[in-house]
Each structure stands twice: as C-alpha cells, then as structure tokens.
Design a protein around this ligand. Structure first.
Ligand SMILES: [Zn+2]
Ligand SMILES: [Zn+2]
Length: 196
C-alpha cells in the first residue's frame, strides 16, 4: 500500500498539553490552552463545525511519549485543521486508555499557574504537599524535611462548557501506523520530515 502525504492539512500544535478527566458520563479529553479567548475562538471557528461522528482521535505511542492527534471532516474549509503534538505519557493518560470504553467527550480547558497568594491552604503543590505546609515567608519552601521543594507551585484547569462526543478512538504503536491515514500523515509531516 502506498500513501502520499497530504501537505494541505494545516497541523496545529499551539496547545500546551492534554488533560484527562472524569466529568459527566464519559471521560473527557481536554486539550489545554493558557489563553481563554484563544481557546474560545478556536472552538467557535473550528471545532464547532466538526460533526461529532466524524471526529477522530489517535494516540500513537512511542516509548514514554505519545502523539496526540485530533481531526475531523468538515464542510467548512477554514475548519479543516488537525491537532497533532508529541506529549509525555502520564497516569491520567494511562487511566483514560484503560477506561474510556470507546467514547469520550472532547472539550477545551484553560490552564493557569497558581502561586501561594492565590491558592487556598489545602491546594496541593506539585511536590504533593498542601499550600499550608509551605513557608509563607521564606520563599514558599516546603516545610516537610524529606521534601526538596523550594517554591510552592500549582496549577488549575478550568473546563470550558462546550463539548463534542467522540466515538472514533484508537491507540496505535509508532511502528504500526501505515494502515491509519491520519496517524501516518501526522507523523510523516511532524516527525519524519523534521528529523531529516
Ligand atoms: Zn511544594
Ligand atoms: Zn513538599
């Protein structure tokens, strides 16, 4: 079988990652943005025009990483983009892989960093300890003796309301994507072309 790349597909990678959350009935796949207005306009101009049954997600695994690929047919030419980005596997990713059951909601999320000042006392730091366990005066260091956290850092994800239902979900291995046009095109354009 031969497949030619489709250079006409614009590949979009201006999102910072993907969160996986249980919310409502299905698991949620949540591409993350730092700017709420950007994410809202991308949804309005692109995702809104995607018919739910034609939305595809591919997860192409490559060691500790995976390619996240999202695409759909669209009648509207401006909405014909594909999202494609190499991300690091996480516990949440593995949980989604095991638990999605063939369906997921797609929604966007806005990621924001939190400091000691705008966090509640029980907000968890990236080190795993609460804000209250960090020194308010001395550079926010964690007060646990066994912890080497030097500065409180946390984040928050706000899920946007709009959602689409995805039923075409596939997990693939990097070595084994020639039968999947979308995965093949993503890697061909975003990986192999840059590697040379
Ligand atoms: Zn900490
Ligand atoms: Zn700590």
């Amino acid at each position: 079988m031969t497949m030619s790349p489709q250079p006409s597909i614009p590949w979009f990678d201006e999102f910072i990652g993907v969160a996986y959350r249980y919310f409502d009935l299905r698991m949620n796949v949540v591409p993350l943005f730092t700017d709420q207005n950007e994410s809202l306009s991308l949804w309005r101009d692109v995702i809104h025009w995607w018919p739910d049954p034609s939305i595809k997600i591919r997860f192409v695994e490559a060691g500790d990483n995976y390619w996240f690929i999202l695409n759909s047919d669209s009648q509207k030419p401006d909405a014909a983009i594909s999202m494609c980005k190499l991300l690091t596997k996480s516990e949440h990713y593995e949980r989604f892989k095991r638990g999605h059951g063939g369906e997921a909601y797609l929604r966007f999320g806005v990621y924001s960093k939190k400091t000691m000042e705008n966090s509640k006392k029980d907000t968890l730091c990236d080190c795993g300890h609460e804000a209250a366990d960090h020194d308010e005066n001395d550079d926010d260091v964690c007060l646990y003796n066994t912890c080497d956290c030097k500065k409180f850092a946390s984040f928050q994800v706000n899920l946007l309301k709009r959602k689409k239902t995805i039923t075409d979900i596939k997990f693939l291995d990097e070595e084994n994507i020639t039968d999947d046009a979308l995965a093949w095109n993503c890697l061909n354009t975003n990986k192999y072309s840059k590697a040379g």
